[in-house]
Write a protein that binds this ligand. Structure first.
Ligand SMILES: NC(=O)c1ccc[n+]([C@@H]2O[C@H](COP(=O)([O-])OP(=O)(O)OC[C@H]3O[C@@H](n4cnc5c(N)ncnc54)[C@H](O)[C@@H]3O)[C@@H](O)[C@H]2O)c1
Length: 388
């Protein structure tokens, strides 16, 4: 079997645009000053055409302490403890929503209705109904709603898209997600990701949304039609799993493993699996199978939109089975958060392409919503997406 190593493929997907005009400022605010807020605040501060004017955090003193820790307390950034109060006092062009998943819908709609364009952290929300409500609010206000998927900013992800769109694989009929964690229920920051009242779902939505975005984006986000899903919580509910913190097992009421079989428009099958915990190192590599070729996307030990190792195309050349290995370049993951914010600001300020637009991520939410329903009913369910 022949193996070819390609030494050149795409150039870096994200290019700092020369269109950036430091005199054309947008006024920005960040809501929810927790873990991910640091990357967002830092990114806004790096954008020459952004005035970061406000932070909003319901826990009194938390935003002030955050600014002190970052050494930005003298930048004139105002702190609010309620979004209502913030919108009464500030006219904002862009707002980032960085709170727990279950609050995204309400806070995003409020920001859009206040006249802002919104960058919402992943996952978009918790249910299909919420996703529809959010898309309708964006449409009603004629504003941009982007969902924060920083892996989209990588050359790696762009290579995957380019390979599929180039026709190299022929017509795609099967896509399979991979990765997952052996021991990675996210409790280092408390219980906000393992309580459904805050997070909505477990591994399925928290890291499954990255797998879904990677594969669906590659094949052009076809409409989902049906889903049959399974989810379990064997590790999350086990007090022995959490060394020294058996109380987490009491709080845990989401999934730590999920698998699903999804039919997509155009005859494509999506075979999905994800885990926060399992007695296995990986659920496998992600695969894209087409009539002319197949693409292997190596899994990572702690899948969260990360990537590790070269992409390989399996195809026949002149009757021979050939593997083409694409060069693998490490990318600076920290920079992806900046690129995500930069791409969103450019879409608002200069009308460039909206990164991960809500109308697209709506389909992903329809799948996650269908998975939850199917797993609970124990049978296949239809996915019906209302008009926006
Ligand atoms: N893109 C990524 O790589 C990435 C990484 C981590 C988390 N996230 C996502 O970011 C979101 C937040 O995660 P986190 O880990 O930063 O959470 P976190 O719990 O650390 O922070 C959330 C903050 O929001 C505040 N808050 C809650 N309701 C509020 C309200 N109504 N108004 C103002 N503040 C409010 C909380 O007090 C808390 O300080 C989640 O949706 C998560 O999935 C994304």
């Amino acid at each position: 079997m022949a193996q070819v190593i390609m030494d050149k493929f795409t150039k870096n997907v994200f290019k700092e645009k020369s269109i950036i005009d430091p005199n054309k400022k947008v006024r920005a605010a960040v809501v929810g000053i927790g873990w991910i807020a640091e990357a967002q605040v830092d990114s806004y501060l790096r954008c020459e055409d952004v005035d970061l004017v406000a932070l909003c955090e319901i826990v009194p003193g938390k935003a002030e302490a955050f600014m002190e820790a970052l050494g930005i307390q003298d930048r004139g950034i105002k702190v609010y403890n309620s979004t209502k109060e913030m919108y009464e006092h500030e006219k904002l062009d862009v707002v980032s929503i960085c709170t727990a998943n279950a609050s995204h819908c309400q806070l995003v709609v409020e920001a859009l209705d206040a006249g802002a364009n919104v960058l919402c952290e992943k996952p978009m929300c918790v249910t299909l109904d919420e996703a529809v409500t959010m898309c309708r609010a964006a449409k009603r206000n004629n504003k941009i709603l982007s969902v924060g998927f920083q892996p989209r900013m990588t050359k790696y992800m762009q290579d995957i898209v380019n390979i599929v769109r180039s026709g190299e694989l022929g017509e795609v009929y099967y896509i399979q997600s991979g990765g997952g964690r052996r021991h990675g229920i996210p409790t280092p920051f408390g219980t906000s990701l393992i309580e459904s009242s805050k997070s909505g779902f477990g591994a399925m939505g928290d890291i499954g949304c990255y797998s879904l975005d990677m594969l669906l984006n590659a094949v052009g986000y076809p409409k989902p039609l049906t889903v049959s899903a399974y989810k379990s919580d064997f590790f999350g509910k086990d007090p022995n799993y959490y060394k020294g913190h058996p109380e987490y097992a009491e709080a845990f009421d989401v999934d730590d493993f999920a698998a699903a079989f999804i039919r997509l428009e155009g005859g494509i099958i999506l075979d999905f699996r994800i885990a926060w915990a399992m007695h296995m190192d990986t659920t496998g590599d992600a695969l894209i199978l087409g009539k002319k070729g197949g693409l292997r996307i190596p899994s990572t030990p702690a899948w969260n939109g990360s990537f590790d190792g070269p992409l390989t195309i399996y195809h026949d050349v002149a009757g021979e089975q050939v593997q083409t290995v694409l060069p693998f370049e490490d990318e600076d993951i920290g920079e992806l958060y900046y690129k995500k914010v930069r791409a969103f600001v450019s879409a608002v300020n200069y009308g460039t392409e909206v990164p991960s637009p809500a109308e697209q991520i709506l389909y992903q939410m329809a799948i996650l919503d269908g998975m939850t329903r199917s797993a609970e009913l124990g049978k296949e369910v239809d996915i019906v997406i209302p008009e926006i």
